[in-house]
Write a protein that binds this ligand. Structure first.
Ligand SMILES: Cc1ncc(C[n+]2csc(CCOP(=O)(O)OP(=O)(O)O)c2C)c(N)n1
Ligand SMILES: [Mg+2]
Length: 327
């Protein structure tokens, strides 16, 4: 069933905002303001915004290393998410986490840790907790096509399927794991078929069509909330940039990159749908874009003006704040 115009407009706003968010992060990562490695998600906005839009605040979210967009959208304060990526004291984790470790327990964003395939295991815990406590909260875990090669994915799916845990495995197949194309690393043409061995319902959808993303995610969430167990969804998408900000990505054919940018840009596709099917005007969409641009400019200003964390605080939150019993 088609999504309403209102919902599509909200998704347009979200997708445009996270595209702009990442474009600014790219600028400040490349000029050295943002420390460490940064993995951009430009080109993957439909999958990130669409999945997050289907979730409640109390659902558990496990973003991956390329999850700035999803993290910002589920967060309560986007500028503090950006400030965390800038490693500023005003960041959501005080600047200690940075790009790959932004967690936000208030909205059950459980964060990432830099180890591919680790969160497919830890997400079993939150899903089990929901089931044990009798709530219908679901757990969503993001993973990439390369990460699917980790042995932990087998262990996770086996246990989730056996215990009927409420997990939605969101595989963002952006075609590459660093420089390796997914067809060189897996025997399956469609990675969703991988879940069949565990009798987990699975499907492959166009991850650049936000409507298809929402529909597939909602189907999976409905099953999980009813206690029917996990679902595995492969979202076909593409990352426009290299693996990290600064990677020239010379391993990709130029015409392949051009095709995805020119003909399969998720934001452009949604814009065309809003105009041709929903009767939106260019001006209406431009207003949304202008508002997002303003919000982003404020966020960047906030980040640049924010103080760095102080050295005296380096050990804060490293140890639990309580006496440890002698044994
Ligand atoms: C266990 C482990 N092995 C290797 C790495 C190095 N590494 C970081 S990202 C990445 C590729 C991941 O590819 P994919 O899962 O397709 O995600 P994408 O980067 O395409 O979003 C690798 C090999 C790591 N972080 N953890
Ligand atoms: Mg990949």
């Amino acid at each position: 069933m088609a999504l309403s115009k209102e919902r599509l407009l909200k998704l347009y706003e979200d997708m445009f905002l996270i595209r702009r968010f990442e474009e600014e992060v790219e600028v400040y990562a490349k000029n050295g303001t943002i420390p460490g490695f940064v993995h951009l998600s430009i080109g993957q906005e439909a999958a990130q915004a669409g999945i997050i839009d289907c979730l409640r605040k109390t659902d558990y979210k496990f973003p991956d290393h390329r999850g700035h967009g999803a993290i910002a959208l589920c967060g309560t304060d986007k500028k503090r998410v950006m400030a965390e990526i800038f490693a500023k004291a005003t960041g959501i984790n005080g600047g200690r986490g940075g790009s790959m470790h932004v967690h936000d327990l208030e909205v059950r964003n459980m964060g990432f840790n830099g180890i591919q395939g680790s969160t497919v295991v830890t997400c079993l815990g939150t899903a089990f907790a929901s089931q044990y406590r009798g709530t219908d909260d679901v757990t969503v875990v993001f993973l990439g096509d390369g990460t699917l090669g980790e042995g932990t994915c087998h262990e996770s799916l086996n246990m989730a399927a056996t215990w009927k845990l409420p997990i939605i495995y969101c595989l963002l197949n952006n075609q590459y794991a660093i420089s390796t194309h997914y067809t060189e690393a897996h025997p399956q043409q469609q990675l969703s078929t991988w879940a069949k061995g565990y009798e987990v319902p699975s499907e492959t959808v166009d991850g650049n069509d936000v409507e298809a993303v929402v529909e597939a995610t909602e189907r999976a969430i409905e099953r999980a909330r009813k206690g029917e167990g996990p679902t595995f969804i492969e979202f076909m998408t593409y990352r426009w940039q290299g693996h990290f900000a600064g990677d020239p990505a010379a391993y990709r054919p130029d015409d392949e990159v051009k095709e995805w940018i020119e003909n399969r840009d998720p934001i452009k596709l949604l814009k065309e749908k809003l105009i041709s099917r929903e009767g939106c005007s260019e001006e209406e969409l431009q207003k949304i874009e202008a508002k997002a641009n303003e919000e982003i400019a404020e966020m960047v200003k906030f980040c640049l003006e924010s103080p760095d964390p102080v050295a005296e605080d380096a050990l804060k939150n490293v140890y639990a704040d309580r006496e440890v019993e002698d044994r």
